[in-house]
Design a protein around this ligand. Structure first.
Ligand SMILES: Cc1ncc(COP(=O)(O)O)c(C=O)c1O
Length: 405
């Protein structure tokens, strides 16, 4: 059993040693999510305007809830097939075909998961061997490196920077790749930066993937949330990539269904079968009600998606415009619902800025370092909140910044 030294310098009691040693070292060494840590503090405070949590403030479209209620009344509460109900898998396949022209067989290449969160986990567990490394562009969603680690692999950060519009460049990938690199994690449109990549830029990434014989996990959960005429590039549509890509997507963001927990993976049959084997033992299936709701969202939810995207776009303009007005160097986000301004001009670190803004003005943002060390000098503000809240938050942030100067 590993000896545990208490931080106050006294020897560990046998109880402490025993309790600690029950947790696997791989898990014990995982740092807690920087977002959670911060939001535990927010929960203890009143009158906070939160630009923190990355969650739509819209309610789930009513027709989705109605369909779920109807299915409950009809007693549809049993397990489904491990892969998910065929109506939903067929709908997902048709949706991707319509949007991007990419084809997945609903019988063998689509798996319904408990959100993209589960998709990331099982994609990595199904494909990584101990000692493999995964390239992870940063700053990025908090799960990527943790899931790689839990799957027995190691995440190699690939820093992206505001000077390059937070885009992933081939030279940065070449500088990071190692002989043991097995795969690349992509997350565009990006949480936390709002960056999107063009087809030409993605083409260079695809060439890198071919040259190094890698697999790709492509988290496209924000695919529908793109602005200013930008087009989302579905990575599997690039030449040679469909065979090498596990496409991850879900209903949380575009359809405002975070708590219903529905996502999906699309990948060649051998990879889908491998992921389904983990999913069947760890989760059995996704909630039946939620799958029914998701199928309804795809069948009749397009108008709602477009209405929400148009609204996010206005909020994006409001927040980004105001932050720039305050003199912050603010990269223009083209996707997702986050802005990631540089706060270097204030002389504070990300953590100091976020803590003081919370304590002094009751506005919650997330320190950029929660998304990787290269997020230092930035904070993430989510604009998936009402315009009224955004205006209040902007007034408070302006007051805070004026006081610093
Ligand atoms: C980039 C990204 N991927 C995945 C997720 C998890 O989504 P889900 O609710 O589908 O598990 C999030 C949630 O914030 C996210 O930002």
């Amino acid at each position: 059993m590993a000896q545990v030294t208490p931080t106050d310098g006294r020897p560990a009691t046998s109880k402490e040693v025993g309790r600690r040693a029950r947790v696997a070292p791989r898990v014990a060494s995982l740092p807690p999510s920087g977002i959670r840590e911060f939001f535990d503090l927010v929960q203890t405070m009143d009158d906070v305007i939160s630009l923190g949590v990355g969650e739509p403030d819209f309610r789930t479209p009513w027709h989705v809830c109605d369909e779920i209620i109807d299915s409950l009344e009809r007693g549809r509460t049993a397990y489904t097939s491990n892969q998910g109900i065929i109506e939903l898998r067929t709908a997902i396949s048709g949706y991707l075909q319509r949007l991007y022209g990419v084809e997945y067989d609903p019988n063998s290449e689509v798996l319904v998961t408990n959100g993209v969160s589960e998709g990331i986990d099982i994609a990595m567990r199904a494909t990584l061997c101990p000692g493999d490394s995964v390239l992870v562009p940063e700053p990025c969603f908090v799960s990527y490196s943790a899931c790689a680690w839990l799957a027995g692999g190691e995440a190699i950060p690939v820093p992206t920077r505001i000077e390059n519009g937070f885009r992933l460049r081939r030279e940065d990938l070449e500088a990071a790749v190692r002989p043991n690199t097995r795969s690349l994690m992509l997350g565009y449109p990006s949480n936390p930066t709002g960056a999107v990549m063009t087809r030409a830029e993605m083409g260079e990434v695809a060439q890198f993937v071919l040259d190094h014989d890698l697999l790709v996990y492509s988290d496209e959960i924000y695919d529908r949330l793109v602005y200013d005429g930008h087009q989302h590039v579905c990575f599997a549509t690039l030449p040679g990539m469909r065979e090498r890509t596990i496409l991850l997507n879900g209903f949380s963001k575009a359809f405002a269904m975070t708590g219903l927990r529905v996502g999906y993976t699309c990948a060649p049959a051998d990879l889908t079968e491998a992921m389904c084997r983990i999913h069947q033992y760890a989760a059995m299936c996704c909630s039946t009600s939620s799958q029914i709701g998701a199928a309804e969202a795809l069948a009749h939810g397009e108008g709602e998606v477009q209405r929400m995207v148009a609204d996010y776009d206005q909020r994006r303009r409001l927040l980004v415009g105001a932050l720039k007005d305050m003199g912050l160097d603010c990269f223009e986000p083209q996707g997702a619902f986050y802005t990631f301004p540089s706060i270097r001009s204030t002389g504070l670190t990300s953590r100091e800025f976020a803590s003081r803004l919370l304590e002094e003005e009751r506005v919650a943002v997330v320190p950029g370092t929660a998304f990787g060390p290269c997020g230092e000098g930035h904070v993430r503000a989510c604009y998936a909140t009402s315009r009224e809240n955004l205006r209040l938050a902007v007034d408070r942030i302006r007051r805070f910044i004026d006081r610093l100067h």
